[in-house]
Design a protein around this ligand. Sequence first.
Ligand code: FAD
Length: 317
Amino acid sequence: MDTHISFGLSAEQKAWQERVRDFVDRRVRPEAHVRERIQDPHERHPWDWVEELSGWGLRTATVPKALGGLGFGVLDCCVIGEELGAGDLGLAVIFDQTWKLTPWLTDMTSEAQRAQFLPEFLRDHRYLLALGLSEPDSGSDNFLPYGRLGDGVKTTAVTTVRDGRQGWLLNGVKAPISNGGSAGMYVIMARAGAEGAETTWLTPFLVPRDTPGFTVEFIYDKSGQRLAHNGHLVLRDCWVPEENRAASHPGSARSARPPPRRAARRRRQRVSVRPTLCVSADAVAFAIARSGNPRPQAAGILPRREARHDEDPSSAQ
Ligand SMILES: Cc1cc2nc3c(=O)[nH]c(=O)nc-3n(C[C@H](O)[C@H](O)[C@H](O)COP(=O)(O)OP(=O)(O)OC[C@H]3O[C@@H](n4cnc5c(N)ncnc54)[C@H](O)[C@@H]3O)c2cc1C
């Protein structure tokens, strides 16, 4: 039995790679450098390419097959993203932001949320996704376990009843958000509690673009990835119903609200570690499925350290 793991691409991945490479060579590469000089960001956005690739199923590629997508995994996205990026990095960003946020409309939603949001996402070839986590005053520190108010994410979410409906009032600024000027749906991370560590309360909300109180104030003028928008988003008394509160991580139907101390610590760990675990779990499952071997062998992959001739082997630790 062959016990080696194959790192080659499947026939299906190769077919997608060739198809996208051909598109990029014919359509994107000859034109991208001209388009990126267009000053108006809305004119610059490559909707025609997005629509054509979306027609092939690529915009919604990470939607599971059972829900109407192509069921792409991490490696599939890497292969296609690499081809798109070879033509224009902005075009690759437009797609990979949407791919990575799709679980918020599929696995990380309740059935009611899926029924509400997924059909339009599948149907509308211009429906892109964006994540609003960073703010003008917070970036890589967003997941540090600060113990006091005012550090990390400052956007607030306050429970508010409107017209008899339970919901959340969002206030804050998000920047510089990829797909910020072009998305149909924004995942907005907000602090849903007033006291204690920011990470205890970090909660995602699904905010459709046309929600009153939500505005894209401007698009940043960048020197790279110019075909993708980076937006400056403002939420001013932006109310969303309770149904728009999303899950924090894959596997949880929806995030619990005020987690007790220990749970908060575990959740904080999940928020930062879980995406990495998911990627590595996918990779191991993929390797096992491809090789038929339940225990992938690393020994054959990792080079052994050879003693150099000028080293004294007896001194090796
Ligand atoms: C092109 C682009 C697209 C983006 N798209 C999105 C998006 O779609 N959604 C979104 O939410 N955000 C987005 N961002 C924001 C991005 O996630 C942040 O810029 C990033 O997290 C870094 O944060 P910052 O810019 O505030 O830098 P800071 O966190 O302020 O870091 C500044 C400097 O301090 C250093 N530093 C940071 N923390 C520490 C530490 N703890 N110890 C020592 N040194 C430290 C860093 O290495 C860096 O040199 C985007 C940014 C860019 C440029």
